[in-house]
Design a protein around this ligand. Structure first.
Ligand SMILES: [Cu+2]
Length: 484
């Protein structure tokens, strides 16, 4: 629908420019649109969103928003005095339609210590309503505005020092629905990012005062979704089902950080960037949401699992709290996502034939079996133990055992070929299948005889002797493959 609107929009603009009317035609229309009836806005706390309006006409909408200063949880063991629009961070979600006439009541709770006001980016007029809504504790201000432009807009307190009021949590979203509404989806959620600056370092317990110094330096201790580090984790996870379509209204209150908003494991089918409702972009993985802005994000959840919402400036996500979850229940779809199928040894190109970088050691030649075993132990430790382990037990599913190995004991010549030529493909050892790759070893005949004699004489193996001349006679030439 967004695309069609966009096309119509372009045509209209070209046509109207030609007539000399120019931009702003929609808002002109909205100025003139007749306001019929009256209703009180239903507001919602994050992550909930008020239901779609489904209204064909513009109406008079009464909004009551109450400012409260409340102590709450910022992180585990960390308390903070939030200044809020409606008792929580972010402020209540407001949903109206373009053309509506809004009668806005801003109430400042008597327990507040500060005066506050509101600047709604959806307002056309000086300060976005700020001056008209400046309200002392225990007072209530009223002003009205006509919603001329559709879109998803941030609102925030604009009382000096503005950055401090915003840093304390004074922001929220107002959606001005376009006339036709937004495309229907199964779930709509409200997520808003904000950065917090505390006297103590990240994690320091207790009631933390605001640090103006860190705010000025733009060094947040916390960057969070919906007012606290754990708001969208565990019980707070957004709940959906595989197959559902989901819409996120994502805002960024700032005051300072731009969000690189991403959901791990999802591709946004549609994004209306910067809160606009006419130009949609498709197939987006990470969308940028500036401070004081918002985005409408739609996607279909195809497979079940846990999806992680992050600010992809990743230390914010993993160290400062900008981490949330969406849990999708339902049936797996292995075609779309298989889950782990196998874990195989990875040998980058060129490592298949590994030349053990050891010059042939001349001289040391074993004279007895005991000497051969002793020398072989050293060869094993440097060349084989990394994979087959020092006790020859191997590693399940990765490296087969040499201890008590039926494969090894069955055929000495084959063992020589395995070591000199390498081994790849499926092999069964003591009833277990392995499908890895063992590199070929360019060790001397003497070393190979020694290591195999050591292996055969250890860990319950058959005790066979392997002599250098046997290795020489059965060696796999470089480039050729082992017999099996
Ligand atoms: Cu304020």
């Amino acid at each position: 629908m967004g695309t069609r609107r966009a096309k119509v929009g372009v045509a209209t603009v070209i046509f109207l420019s030609w007539l000399g009317v120019g931009y702003g035609a929609t808002s002109d229309e909205n100025i003139r649109e007749k306001v019929e009836g009256q209703e009180t806005a239903i507001l919602a706390d994050a992550p909930s969103v008020p239901p779609p309006l489904g209204r064909r006409n513009a109406t008079k909408v009464i909004v009551h928003l109450e400012v409260k200063e409340v102590e709450g949880k910022l992180s585990d063991g960390v308390r903070y005095t939030f200044w809020t629009f409606g008792g929580k961070v972010p402020g209540k979600f407001i949903r109206i339609r373009e053309g509506d006439l809004v009668e806005f009541h801003l109430d400042n709770h008597p327990s507040s210590k500060m005066p506050h006001n509101i600047d709604l980016h959806a307002v056309t007029g000086p300060g976005g309503g700020a001056a008209s809504s400046f309200t002392a504790p225990g007072h209530s201000s009223v002003f009205s505005f006509k919603a001329l432009n559709p879109g998803l807009y941030v609102y925030h307190c604009a009382t000096a020092p503005v950055a401090m009021h915003v840093a304390n949590g004074m922001y929220g979203l107002i959606l001005v629905e376009p006339k036709g509404g937004l495309p229907k989806v199964d779930h709509e959620f409200y997520v808003m990012q904000g950065d917090f600056y505390t006297k103590g370092k990240n994690g320091e317990k207790g009631l933390q005062p605001f640090s103006m110094e860190k705010a000025i330096d733009e060094r947040p201790d916390y960057v969070v979704f919906n007012g606290s580090t754990g708001s969208l984790l565990d019980d707070g996870a957004l709940q959906v089902k595989a197959g559902d379509t989901v819409r996120l209204f994502v805002g960024n209150g700032g005051p300072n950080m731009t969000s690189s908003f991403h959901v791990i494991g999802e591709i946004f089918d549609r994004v209306w960037p910067e809160g606009n409702t006419s130009t949609v972009t498709e197939n987006v993985a990470t969308t940028m949401i500036p401070a004081g802005s918002a985005a409408i994000i739609d996607f279909k959840v195809n497979v079940p699992g846990t999806y992680v919402l992050v600010d992809h400036s990743l230390t914010r996500a993993f160290n400062k709290g900008a981490l949330g979850t969406m849990k999708a229940s339902g049936e797996e779809n292995k075609l779309i996502y298989s889950g782990k199928i196998s874990d195989e040894v990875f040998l980058p190109e060129g490592t298949k034939i590994r030349v053990a970088e050891q010059a042939e050691k001349k001289g040391a030649v074993a004279k007895t079996k005991a000497e051969r075993i002793a020398m072989g132990r050293a060869v094993y430790a440097t060349n084989c133990a990394a994979c087959h382990q020092s006790g020859g037990q191997g590693i399940p599913h990765a490296f087969p055992p040499l201890a008590n190995s039926d494969f090894l004991n069955a055929d000495k010549i084959r063992a020589i070929k395995v070591v000199t030529g390498g081994l790849q493909g499926k092999v069964t050892v003591n009833g277990q299948d392995y499908n890895g790759a063992m590199p070929a070893w360019s060790l001397s005949d003497e070393d190979i005889a020694n290591v195999l004699t050591y292996v055969y004489s250890s860990w319950g193996n058959s005790g066979k002797d392997v002599l250098p001349q046997e290795v020489k006679a059965n060696r796999v030439k470089p480039g050729a493959h082992a017999a099996e």
